[in-house]
Design a protein around this ligand. Structure first.
Ligand code: TXA
Ligand code: MG
Length: 303
């Protein structure tokens, strides 16, 4: 067992907060059955209390501990894609705290595909409620160092699992309605969900009441972000540089897995290097491109 796991479990059991790696981004975790512990996570993040958090489980066998009802669609997705970067929104069991669900009658569940996360969740035994381990509205952390720099002494222990292998958050699928709906594009491409279910899954979030916390401006670095077509890039860069602005150009390439893995580190790096305007040429909206574009649009949204 990793030497920090025992300590992490002890912290969770006494209602404390632990940062841990997942394959998507680092999470800021607390015992999902302890409302006070979950509230502490919200406090550290500076996040509004009515935003629901995802409950992380060691394996799909625990689904029934948290879901009041598992539809055939939810079961199919869980079987095919867990462990993995997929969150299923399902009807919650009555014991799931309001602090976790934001008072809703649903709960978001996910089995991460990361060895340290799996060790932690297995040793802890229960569900771990965890949002991304960044301050509210900022870029999600994909290394233990990102977490330490963001949250400093506010978090007792950061489990270091190295850089995240996916690099963007999980795909969230609402399985509570007549048809499944993608609330947030993420690490599992929509095309993969279509293939598993044998039909086209609805792509659009159905509004802020269904997916609270999905604000227009989010995942944002301190620098300004502008999205533009490749053909517009040289002229815009020249114009800004002539005006004395510190500009960086970022063209998203065709290896989308690699681009997703490094996206958040590049946004952070731009801030670190004192960039004022980051000019980004986005990828086509296919495969992981949909998640990359969603995050880029939010990073570029007016604040
Ligand atoms: O990859 C991920 O999903 C990462 C890692 C740590 O697992 N977590 C993550 O958590 O991105 P967070 O809190 O930053 O974003 C989770 C989103 C929230 O914005 C919320 O809207 C949605 O999940 N969510 C959670 N439970 C929900 C529910 N019951 N109904 C609708 N949306 C829900
Ligand atoms: Mg987040």
């Amino acid at each position: 067992m990793h030497p920090d796991i025992e300590r992490a479990v002890a912290i969770l059991r006494r209602g404390g907060v632990v940062a841990f790696p997942t394959e998507t981004v680092y999470g800021l975790g607390a015992d999902a059955s302890n409302p006070a512990a979950v509230r502490r996570v919200f406090e550290i993040k500076g996040r509004p209390l009515d935003h629901p958090v995802i409950v992380h489980l060691a394996d799909a066998g625990q689904l029934g501990d948290w879901a009041a009802e598992v539809s055939p669609v939810a079961e199919r997705l869980a079987l095919a894609l867990w462990p993995g970067p997929l969150t299923l929104v399902v009807p919650r069991r009555p014991h799931v705290p309001d602090a976790v669900t934001g008072g809703r009658d649903t709960v978001g569940l996910r089995v991460p595909d990361q060895p340290l996360a799996h060790e932690l969740l297995t040793a802890f035994g229960g569900g771990v409620a965890a949002p991304s381990a960044n301050r509210f509205g900022r870029v999600s952390p994909t290394t233990a160092d990102h977490v330490r720099r963001d949250l400093g002494d506010d978090v007792e222990l950061v489990l270091d699992g190295g850089p995240c292998t996916v690099g963007v958050e999980s795909t969230i699928v609402d399985c509570t309605g007549a048809v499944p709906v993608i609330l947030r594009p993420g690490g599992v491409p929509a095309e993969r969900l279509d293939a598993v279910l044998g039909h086209r899954v609805e792509r659009h979030a159905t509004g802020p009441s269904r997916a609270p916390g999905m604000l227009p401006s989010h995942y944002a670095p301190a620098c300004a972000v502008e999205l533009l077509a490749a053909a517009e890039l040289p002229a815009r860069a020249r114009e800004l540089r002539r005006a004395g602005r510190r500009v960086r150009e970022l063209v998203i390439g065709t290896d989308l897995a690699a681009e997703a893995r490094t996206l958040y580190d590049r946004l952070r790096q731009a801030d670190h290097d004192g960039v004022e305007v980051l000019l980004v040429v986005p990828p086509p909206d296919e495969g992981l491109g949909a998640a990359i574009n969603d995050r880029l649009r939010k990073a570029a949204a007016p604040r």
